[in-house]
Design a protein around this ligand. Structure first.
Ligand SMILES: C[S@@+](CC[C@H](N)C(=O)[O-])C[C@H]1O[C@@H](n2cnc3c(N)ncnc32)[C@H](O)[C@@H]1O
Length: 348
């Protein structure tokens, strides 16, 4: 990005360029997933994760007593591993469904198409193109990868965190005074109450607005799994990961994964603003355990060699242990109205 050392851009614009610039963007030109990439996501840690998501979708389907076909729509499918496993399970059980992917990166679409060529998956350009009625939207680690705006309060004034570039092409942070009530009015949301720092993704807001138009009957829902803070007080959570290590945001332009930790209290507000209902929020540990992931690990390790068994339990630990993804990751279940279905959530 050339900022011409006079221009200053808001942080979300910088993040969007770093991740999704049509020529150089991080997600546009590379496959960052797995051991040889920069990070590893749950579906790529163990198939047990996708198996639990498949069981959850099947249980939702059964609970809704659906005679008509359900559509599974994955938003931001990465290397396609999760939907690949879900399709395999539906096939094994003889359950018919339609499968769709909505993916921003053409490079990742190519990888997904290679993996899923013989499974009848369709790719849609945007949520607006969804025409099916009974939709389960799945979003694993999507919202953390959407560009986020940051604001900081100093001496009772709000400032937007921005990025500038010096004559040597080096980026640094700067801030510009901002009337926060303008953005609050525009999105009809109170962002600043009791806050000294705000992280707000207008792209997430717009995406949820589009999804809400497609969750207009009781047979549709959205399942969000993501890094998530549940405390109302927001903090600066933006990070850059390169080769599985945290680095400075500006150290490897276009080469590091820049993400943030969505605040689930704010996400809930955004969802409710869009006339949807949050049925439950669990930690990833609670959700996967309630779905039976430990029993699945036991079954998989029966008759397995010692090394294979150790591998299964090591991967299980990464998914559910509090020190790894168990507590940090949250799962949110969204429907049009309050649902009697609560598998994975404690709705007592
Ligand atoms: C962190 S990756 C997660 C990938 C996958 N869900 C997983 O768990 O392995 C984020 C994904 O969302 C995609 N993405 C980002 N913005 C998007 C958008 N607005 N619509 C659809 N996909 C998007 C990225 O290209 C990438 O595939």
């Amino acid at each position: 990005m050339k900022l011409n050392h006079k221009n200053i851009i808001p942080f979300d614009k910088f993040m969007a360029d770093m991740l999704y610039n049509t020529k150089k963007g991080y997600y546009i030109k590379s496959n960052p997933f797995g051991k040889n990439g920069d990070f590893i996501t749950s579906p790529n840690i163990s198939i047990m994760f996708s198996e639990m998501i498949a069981i959850w979708c099947l249980s939702f389907l059964k609970n809704q007593n659906l005679q008509k076909k359900i559509s599974i729509i994955e938003l931001g499918a990465g290397n396609g591993e999760m939907i690949f496993q879900i399709i395999s399970i539906f096939k094994k059980l003889g359950i018919k469904a339609k499968f769709f992917i909505i993916e921003k990166s053409n490079h990742l679409i190519k990888i997904q198409k290679k993996k899923l060529s013989s499974y009848g998956v369709k790719w849609l350009k945007s949520v607006s193109e969804v025409i099916t009625k009974n939709n389960i939207f799945l979003a694993n680690e999507l919202f953390d990868a959407l560009p986020v705006k940051q604001f900081i309060k100093k001496d009772n004034f709000w400032f937007e965190i921005c990025v500038k570039e010096d004559i040597n092409g080096k980026f640094s942070f700067t801030k510009i005074k901002k009337n926060i009530s303008e953005i609050e009015k525009k999105f009809k949301i109170n962002l600043s109450k009791n806050q000294n720092f705000i992280e707000f993704s207008t792209e997430s807001y717009n995406l949820i607005s589009k999804i809400s138009k497609k969750i207009n009957n009781s047979n549709s829902c959205l399942l969000i799994i993501d890094y998530g803070a549940t405390k109302e007080k927001m903090v600066n959570s933006v990070q850059a990961i390169y080769n599985h290590n945290h680095i400075n945001i500006f150290d490897k332009p276009y080469l590091s994964d820049i993400s943030y930790c969505p605040n689930f209290s704010l996400l809930k507000k955004i969802i409710e603003n869009n006339n949807l209902f949050v049925n439950g929020i669990s930690t990833q540990k609670e959700f996967l355990e309630r779905l039976g992931i430990k029993t699945r690990a036991e079954i998989l390790s029966q008759n397995a060699s010692f090394t294979a068994k150790a591998n299964i339990y090591y991967r299980l630990k990464r998914l559910i242990d509090d020190k790894y993804m168990g507590h940090l990751f949250k799962v949110m279940f969204v429907t049009k109205n309050k649902s009697s279905f609560n598998l994975g959530f404690n709705n007592d």
